[in-house]
Write a protein that binds this ligand. Structure first.
Ligand SMILES: Cc1ncc(COP(=O)(O)O)c(C=O)c1O
Length: 347
């Protein structure tokens, strides 16, 4: 069954009878400011996608890694991985997953028949990890914001290798973390026990062009290429991503803008809702997750905001709300809706 995600605006429009273009969509962790789309040379539209050595070079530089596979989003790797891993290691049947986090990981491993073990805030103890197991870490976690340091992750990387397991590090939101805690530069060509996933769409604000990256060994690069087949990433997406990955000035500006917007939006949420409603705020520069003094508030507030055309993400546990970052122009509308919802909550 398809999972519920943010960004399902069409369904929300039908459900709440609010036209699609009247929503303020804060339901995803996609940057509200996008890399400016350049004029794309005609041949990128006319021809089949070609091998893209320049994109590959730009990606290796941006992600600081030796080996990279360009894909049409990290989601395609998440889905294909369990069966490919089974072909590689038939003795593996156990996966450790974060209890809260992007559910497509769980969906993929469970669908392939693996036994799932959940861990909560901290990673499972290294001594508890069984031979051949898989450890999935979403770093930083979406929606909890939990971040493990590069040093911690590298320690697990070593253990997992020793027990012939697999470590999957999903760094979809890593671009906004400072100082950088990515482990991309610690993955070498001969390490068949680590896969790092990177999303392009979130930080560059271009989720629609569907592009993502896998950082791993030659072996896995070949295995996934073979499995996914040709023409995974369309030519215009390759062209745009190459420019964006090389544009260090824009990237720096984007980091600064997102940071400022996050600070302001977080202050706004705290001011309007106040500590009588909000229990905890966790955030990265791409989303802000609120939990509340009463569990039921998340669901109620979600409903009230949706009725006002503000679409935020109710977490799978229905105990928190995740707000994507928006631009200043939308702050007044957000404040207004929150004030109205707050009055309703008090009734
Ligand atoms: C943590 C995480 N990983 C991976 C993905 C997949 O993103 P993409 O396929 O665009 O790279 C998402 C999408 O929301 C996500 O939240």
């Amino acid at each position: 069954m398809a999972l519920l995600h943010g960004g399902q605006l069409q369904q929300m429009a039908t459900r709440y009878q609010v036209p699609v273009d009247e929503w303020l969509d804060l339901s995803t962790g996609i940057a509200p400011l996008s890399y400016p789309i350049p004029a794309v040379p005609l041949h990128y539209w006319q021809q089949l996608p070609q091998l893209a050595p320049h994109l590959n070079l730009a990606a290796r530089d941006y992600y600081q890694c030796q080996n990279i596979l360009v894909t049409n989003g990290s989601q395609s790797i998440i889905k294909a991985l369990p069966n490919l891993w089974r072909q590689y290691n038939q003795q593996s049947n156990k996966v450790y997953l974060p209890a809260k986090g992007y559910k497509e990981h769980e969906h993929a491993w469970a669908s392939a028949g693996y036994n799932i073990c959940y861990y909560h805030d901290e990673l499972p103890a290294k001594t508890d990890l069984s031979e051949h197991c898989v450890l999935v870490v979403i770093n930083p976690n979406n929606p909890t914001g939990k971040l493990f340091t590069q040093t911690e992750i590298c320690q697990y990387q070593k253990t997992i290798k020793e027990i012939n397991g697999l470590m999957v590090v999903d760094e979809a939101f890593m671009d906004v973390i400072e100082p950088d805690q990515s482990i991309t530069s610690f993955v070498n060509n001969t390490d068949h026990h680590t896969l790092v996933l990177r999303s392009f769409g979130k930080f560059f604000g271009l989720a629609g062009i569907r592009i993502g990256f896998l950082i791993t060994s030659d072996y896995w690069q070949r295995a996934f290429s073979e499995h996914l087949g040709p023409w995974q990433v369309n030519g215009p997406a390759q062209y745009i991503a190459e420019l964006a990955l090389k544009d260090k000035i824009w990237q720096q500006q984007q980091r600064e803008n997102l940071h400022q917007l996050r600070l302001q939006q977080e202050a706004l949420l705290r001011d309007v809702l106040g500590s009588e409603i909000i229990a905890e705020v966790v955030s990265t520069n791409l989303f802000i997750t609120l939990s509340f003094n009463q569990l039921v508030i998340a669901k109620l507030l979600h409903e009230l905001l949706c009725k006002l055309g503000i679409y935020v993400r109710l977490t799978d546990e229905q105990t928190s709300l995740r707000f994507g970052i928006t631009t200043k122009a939308n702050f007044p509308r957000l404040v207004d809706a929150l004030l109205q919802a707050k009055i309703q909550l008090k009734k």
